[in-house]
Design a protein around this ligand. Structure first.
Ligand code: XMP
Length: 558
């Protein structure tokens, strides 16, 4: 159970490429008081197989959802007190009870809702989910004498179970629990054991299953097969859900929601807002207006490329605002990173609101919110959301903009969004863009942001991107970019002594930006980057490579 607590602390946000825009517009959602809701299945043309994941506060619930989706079964994560009315429209074929930090005997320990058992559908309880199931169905859970954490060897009992179909009798699994099952509830038999857990897996003939280990983590190599067996063999799903089919469903849903209303969308050039806007445009055409704000803090050619894609190629109804002077003015003399963020966030909302006001009556605001954001904001006391708020601290959209939200991607994970983007015909370049922070180059210039410094950084950053792409490393890296430091050092160029800026190159690998490792870039790639920067950017005479991982460092320098 300690797994649930291992998320590293961060003062930053776990992001999608468009988190900034989302954060700016988050407040609109609050105003409307919207909560995540299950989508009624009847709305969709195809019969969609779904499984409901009951969340007991594990940060790994999203990982379970990921794995289930990888098996091409649609699923949604709901809070453990979600009502039957809220999940019934999904017509679930089974339930998964997640792990969680509680102990079943603690006061107020969360329980699975009664409908989970009364439905007579298959249920898979994982870790706390297993314990809560044992507890509720008449078994006995006891504090383990020995906390079991890490790898263990699972031995199957000689019981022929669908759950372990096609798997070896012994396999490594990842354990993380204190409590253990002392007595199984009536009707259950033990399916497997480990050295420290006599009952590491249990089940009934009716499809109630408990696992003491975590099948969703990569440290349980056969975990995905176990989940797949549960979904296919026990819940009888066929695995027919794909992000591609999602696009059609989603357009229908947008049409139905918006009807003849008008929608605005802040386009950032990032993947999420690009895919969201494209989907909405396909659904409702010119009822959508996109606003693209040039903060002056974008990378080289970013404005042109975004305009090209959306205005020229896709003929989108797009308002382009060059607000770079305004942003620069307000950033004059500012060196504190959080103050930079605050100013940029505030100015963004100002510009967005001014432009939106010119359009006249608007009814909806489109956002590229992704499922991880939804899961995060749905769980109470959520740190990530709180961080976004203080991080951007933008004061919100003016209250007269009372807009409902259109969020066509709110049930998708990032890679599913990319698949949808490709299915919609967006370019690979757009779809596989690395994340770029909303405050843009402002947080990659250490110290004051000036026009001159922006130009220097743009030139250096262009070279980094160019060489990384040439070396075919772009898609393997979470992010790769240049940072302009205020450090100046002595160099020599021909017969001259120089005194130039130092640029840092940052390239990291990461799954989700919560942790990251510095990329082991080949020396010759680093050499080319360094050579080109000092030769092509006259103000720079020294290039260093950042070899810090996160934590304790962060990906961005500010
Ligand atoms: P750090 O630097 O905290 O960054 O390791 C994690 C991820 O978040 C991005 N980032 C931001 N994105 N607004 C954003 O939209 C921000 O203020 C911001 N700060 C960091 C960063 O690029 C990385 O992907």
């Amino acid at each position: 159970m300690t797994m649930e607590k291992e998320k590293p602390e961060s003062h930053r946000v776990s992001v999608s490429g468009d988190v900034e825009v989302s954060a700016y517009l988050e407040i609109a959602k609050e105003r409307v008081g919207e909560q995540p809701q299950a989508e009624p299945e009847e709305k969709f043309g195809v019969e969609r197989e779904a499984v409901v994941i009951i969340d007991f506060g594990s940060q790994y619930s999203w990982l379970i959802a990921r794995r289930v989706r990888e098996c091409r079964v649609y699923c949604e994560v709901v809070h453990s007190d979600a009502s039957w009315d809220s999940v019934a429209p999904l017509r679930p074929r089974g339930f998964i009870l997640s792990g969680g930090p509680s102990s079943v005997y603690e006061p107020n320990a969360p329980q699975a809702p009664a409908y989970v058992y009364e439905s007579h559908l298959p249920v898979l309880g994982i870790c706390y989910g297993m314990q809560v199931m044992a507890h509720q169905l008449g078994g006995k859970v006891a504090p383990g004498q020995k906390r079991e954490y890490g790898l263990a060897v699972l031995h199957q009992n000689s019981v022929n179970s669908h759950l372990f179909a096609g798997l070896p009798t012994e396999m490594p699994v990842w354990m993380s629990h204190g409590d253990r099952i002392e007595e199984m509830p009536p009707g259950f038999i033990s399916l497997a054991y480990t050295e420290n857990s006599a009952i590491a897996a249990m089940g009934t003939a009716g499809g109630l299953i408990g696992l003491q280990f975590h099948p969703e983590v990569v440290h349980t190599p056969q975990g995905k097969t176990i989940l797949q067996n549960f979904l296919y063999k026990i819940c009888k799903c066929s695995g027919n859900w794909t992000p591609g089919s999602f696009a059609a469903e989603s357009m229908e849903r947008v049409k139905e929601q918006v009807k003849t209303g008008r929608v605005i969308c802040a386009l950032s050039g990032g993947v999420d807002s690009a895919v969201a806007a494209t989907l909405i445009q396909r659904a409702i055409g010119d009822q959508l207006t996109c606003i693209f704000v040039n903060t002056g803090l974008l990378r080289r050619e970013e404005v042109e490329r975004t305009l090209n894609t959306f205005q020229k190629n896709m003929k989108m109804n797009l308002i382009y605002v060059d607000a770079s002077e305004r942003f620069l003015q307000r950033l004059k003399g500012v060196i504190d990173p959080e103050e930079k963020r605050h100013i940029i966030g505030e100015e963004f909302v100002n510009v967005f609101e001014e432009e939106a006001a010119k359009i006249g009556q608007v009814d909806f605001l489109a956002q590229g919110t992704l499922y991880p954001d939804v899961i995060e904001s749905a769980s109470s006391g959520n740190r990530a959301v709180a961080t976004i708020k203080t991080h951007h601290n933008v004061g919100g959209l003016p209250s007269r903009m009372r807009l409902s939200l259109v969020e066509p991607l709110r049930y998708l994970f990032k890679d599913e969004v990319r698949e949808v983007g490709m299915a919609l015909g967006l370019s690979e370049e757009m779809v596989y863009r690395q994340p770029f922070p909303g405050p843009g180059l402002a947080i990659r210039i250490i110290g004051e942001v000036t026009k001159e410094r922006l130009e220097i950084l743009r030139a250096a950053d262009w070279i980094v991107m160019n060489e990384i792409k040439k070396a075919k490393l772009y898609r393997q890296l979470w992010q790769s970019f240049a940072v302009l430091t205020p450090v100046r050092s002595v160099g020599v160029m021909g017969d001259f002594r120089t005194y130039g800026y130092m640029v840092a190159v940052r390239a990291v690998t990461s799954e989700d930006a919560m942790t990251a490792d510095w990329a082991r870039l080949p020396y010759d790639v680093l050499a080319r980057i360094s050579n080109r920067i000092v030769n092509e950017v006259p103000e720079v005479n020294r290039v260093v490579y950042d070899i810090s991982s996160k934590p304790p460092s962060t990906i961005e320098w500010e």
